[in-house]
Design a protein around this ligand. Structure first.
Ligand code: 3HC
Length: 314
């Protein structure tokens, strides 16, 4: 069967709603798209540990510290999970991480903003993980088996992440005027960058063409962003937070919340390396990678020793 026939057969599989696996034939362009998208997702999970990691030693109580520690550990696990999914496509994790450190791979724009206040932990959990849930629950229905399966487990943990963030903010909004002002300050800084997490508008989303055609993206960037906005605005109002958008209004006919313009110049600036924390984040990742070299070497040595012992015993 020539490639044209194989492509027709693959398109028919996707049209029938089938799930494909790493060893199945797939268009080379799709394999490259999956490596790009999934590696960036994995990078985002690992870099995403940094803003919250900054507050583990500063948490206001042992309970908050334990919750935040669990959440940050979860994010690291999500990264390892998704890196494993990318490796099923025949690429080496080490090479993906080298690309990140060399500035050749992206990670989510949101993690290039500083976490300045404790209430930022609430904003990140509620808004950033809330946005991730909207995005990842659709990815859990995507056509690539390993990615969809990874998302099912990850989304369960993201729900805990979102709830603990919303609890931080609702507690502070029921607190003193200073605590309420702190929570509002966090929303003012994290609201718009959270909307940018869903990517550029559909007309400026070149990768969406392939990803929608082959069932990786089940909804467009704008559709998911709107779903997030419609879910989140009432949650903000329920605890007395103000969304920092004077143009925000509810459209009774469509049933959607309409927002003011997103600053796409800021977005493209951040994803091109010029955000508030880009350099700091990559430096921190490189340092952690260097510091962890001995752990990786020890784990490999242990695995090699034990596999040779098992071979001898067999
Ligand atoms: N941050 C950084 N880069 C972004 C971006 C963002 N928020 N949104 C888009 N981009 C980049 C794309 O990577 C692409 O650049 P590239 O071609 O050089 O890779 C360019 O902007 C154009 O965007 P497209 O819309 O064409 O790109 P995609 O079709 O890939 O859509 C996406 C972008 C919606 C982020 C999609 O890649 C996606 O759904 N990825 C999987 C989910 C993911 O990565 N989430 C990141 C957050 S993880 C997280 O939140 C952790 C949680 O535990 C808190």
């Amino acid at each position: 069967m020539d490639d044209a026939a194989k492509l027709k057969e693959f398109d028919d599989r996707i049209a029938r709603g089938e799930i494909f696996e790493p060893k199945d034939w797939m268009p080379e362009r799709l394999r490259k798209q999956l490596i790009r998208m999934m590696s960036q997702h994995a990078h985002s999970e690992v870099v995403g540990m940094l803003p919250e990691g900054n507050w583990i030693t500063r948490a206001p109580s042992l309970r908050r510290k334990m919750i935040l520690l669990a959440k940050v550990q979860d994010e690291g696990g999500h990264g390892l999970y998704i890196y494993s999914g990318v490796e099923s496509l025949g690429v080496r994790r080490e090479d993906l991480i080298d690309e990140l450190h060399a500035g050749k791979a992206k990670y989510s724009s949101i993690f290039n903003y500083p976490s300045l206040l404790w209430s930022d932990m609430g904003a990140i959990g509620w808004l950033v993980d809330g946005a991730a849930i909207v995005n990842q629950t659709t990815l859990a229905k995507c056509s690539f088996g390993p990615y969809a399966r990874a998302m099912i487990r990850i989304c369960k943990e993201e729900n805990f992440h979102k709830k603990q963030g919303y609890e931080i903010l609702s507690t502070m909004m029921a607190g003193t005027p200073a605590q309420r002002a702190m929570a509002q300050d966090s929303i003012n800084r994290w609201w718009w960058p959270s909307l940018m997490m869903f990517g550029p508008t559909d007309k400026d989303s070149p990768n969406s063409i392939d990803l929608m055609r082959w069932g990786i993206k089940r909804k467009s960037n704008d559709d998911l962003r709107q779903r997030f906005i419609d879910m989140t605005v009432p949650q903000a109002h329920a605890i007395g937070l103000t969304i920092p958008d004077p143009a925000l209004k509810f459209n009774k006919e469509t049933g959607h919340w309409e927002i003011g313009p997103i600053n796409w110049e800021e977005f493209f600036n951040v994803i091109n390396g010029n955000g508030p924390c880009n350099k700091e984040r990559i430096a921190a990742r490189k340092h952690a990678h260097d510091e962890g070299k001995w752990v990786r070497e020890a784990a490999v040595a242990y695995a090699q020793k034990h596999s040779s012992l098992e071979r001898r015993a067999a």
